[in-house]
Design a protein around this ligand. Structure first.
Ligand SMILES: Cc1ncc(COP(=O)(O)O)c(C=O)c1O
Length: 464
């Protein structure tokens, strides 16, 4: 197809083949990402998706265990979400001269399922934006500046969220970030108390389980202690449940494993039912009133043009209803235990697996870059090559050989995330476990491929 010099239509987009997608993406979106994904074979043309499955243009079926980084708790294209969108298709999507009835209903429903006392919502269109909103809420409510965050934590990539995302590699090129942000080790109560003591802090923001940090569970009691300390120092406790929320870890919200109620709960990803972008925070009526209730000027500080529009709110209403009706938190708990057990057996079988951990259907498989046969076979080269690429190579092989999709966590590239839709079946889990088993059992052959793809990926990155 001749792609140059004309405006392409949606039908043109539907007709693009694999090569044309790569070339167009490379020229007009992100050349480095396009090149890397092509090297890893992650540039296939997918044409259909349903539940846990996606199909390529040749009709091959793949299992999606990336799950939109936690955005697909309901799976791809859940019929209830599509039906909700159909119901509002002729309604005004947004109308600034009227109140959003779908947003109001969604907020009302979120207050029913949220931990007790959380009642007032602010809607926006992404996770990072919802985090920005929560940080601003903490500052305007407390009148204080410092914000404490955790090392390895991930809260997004806009300036405010990046300022509290605990990975230097992402922060450094954009410094100076917003002032007053201070990191503490995740899971360390003493360090948190010391930091709270030393500065008069607006908020402590934390994920109940670190997702992008490598699926890291805090020590038992950490969240409860954090709650006590934040109350003691008049600091808002913000739980970022963008990835852990809405059933993922076996409870509606991960903080409910310890019965801890934050002052602010942040949501996005699966809130949109896997179909539309929406983010929000929910807080108490008292906090919202003090922060934004003092007159016209304050109320108008809370706008976001697309926040809570009819489509995103309708999809979210259906998503929440489906999660409750189908008891997806319970599904996540039962299938997560099954999955984790099976992966633990693999860990005992292969040196390459350093750890398997998680809760519900948020599971991490940590690969050991330096251990075992691979390192000795490659005369130490493996360790050097693998720090950022090992899990990508494993993911590439799983995709190519077994039609299984997995990816690494952003702040910890040695960890493969396993986050299938909560509607996944045990047969689908079995297929993925068998794929890992077979891949690792032929790791001699795999080593060759991995080294080859690793080398070309690295040299390609340096060439740019
Ligand atoms: C815990 C957490 N917070 C915030 C974000 C940022 O969300 P978004 O990519 O929608 O901006 C993510 C994304 O992975 C996340 O996992």
């Amino acid at each position: 197809m001749d792609l140059k010099g004309k405006l392409l239509s949606i039908d043109d987009a539907l007709r693009l083949d694999r090569k044309e997608i790569l070339e167009t993406y490379k020229s007009y979106v992100n050349p480095v990402l396009a090149g890397l994904q092509a090297l890893l074979g992650m540039d296939l043309n997918f044409v259909k998706a349903q539940g846990c499955s996606v199909w390529d243009e040749d009709g091959n079926r793949y299992l999606d265990f990336v799950g939109g980084y936690g955005s697909l708790n309901l799976g791809h294209n859940h019929p209830a979400v599509l039906e909700a969108l159909h119901k509002v298709e002729t309604a005004p999507v947004m109308l600034q001269s009227a109140l959003g009835k779908f947003a109001a209903v969604l907020a009302c429903n979120l207050a029913q399922i949220a931990p007790p006392g959380l009642q007032n919502c602010w809607f926006c269109s992404s996770g990072t934006e919802a985090v920005e909103g929560a940080l601003k809420l903490a500052r305007i409510y407390t009148g204080k500046e410092p914000i404490i965050y955790t090392q390895g934590g991930f809260h997004g990539k806009t300036m405010g969220s990046l300022s509290v995302t605990g990975r230097k590699k992402y922060q450094q090129p954009f410094e100076p970030l917003i002032p007053g942000c201070l990191s503490v080790p995740f899971g360390d109560v003493d360090a948190l108390e010391k930091a709270l003591k030393e500065s008069s802090t607006a908020a402590f923001i934390v994920e109940p389980i670190q997702g992008e940090g490598g699926i890291i569970l805090p020590p038992p009691g950490y969240l409860r202690e954090a709650r006590k300390l934040c109350s003691m120092y008049n600091t808002l406790l913000i739980f970022d449940e963008i990835q852990t929320g809405l059933g993922r870890t076996g409870k509606m919200f991960a903080c409910q494993h310890e019965d801890v109620v934050p002052d602010v709960l942040v949501l996005a990803k699966s809130l949109g039912g896997g179909v539309v972008p929406i983010g929000c925070y929910i807080t108490t009526a008292q906090i919202m009133k003090k922060a934004y209730g003092g007159g016209m000027d304050r109320g108008l500080m809370l706008t976001s043009t697309f926040g809570g529009n009819a489509h995103s709110a309708a999809a979210a209403i259906a998503a929440v209803e489906t999660i409750v009706k189908e008891d997806l938190p319970h599904e996540a708990q039962v299938k997560g235990e099954y999955f984790l057990q099976k992966m633990e057996k693999l860990k005992n079988k292969y040196d390459l697996i350093q750890d398997v951990r998680g809760k519900g259907l948020l599971i991490g498989l940590e690969l050991s870059p330096s251990k075992g046969l691979l390192d000795s076979l490659s005369a130490g080269m493996w360790g050097k090559l693998s720090s950022d690429f090992l899990s990508s190579m494993v993911a590439a092989e799983l995709l190519k050989e077994f039609k299984v999709m997995v990816l690494f966590t952003l702040n910890n590239p040695n960890v493969i995330r396993l986050e299938p839709p909560l509607t996944v079946t045990t047969e689908e889990i079995d297929r993925v476990v068998e794929a890992f088993d077979e891949l690792f059992s032929r790791h001699k052959g795999f080593l060759k491929i991995a080294l080859k793809s690793g080398k070309s990926a690295i040299s390609s990155l340096f060439r740019r």
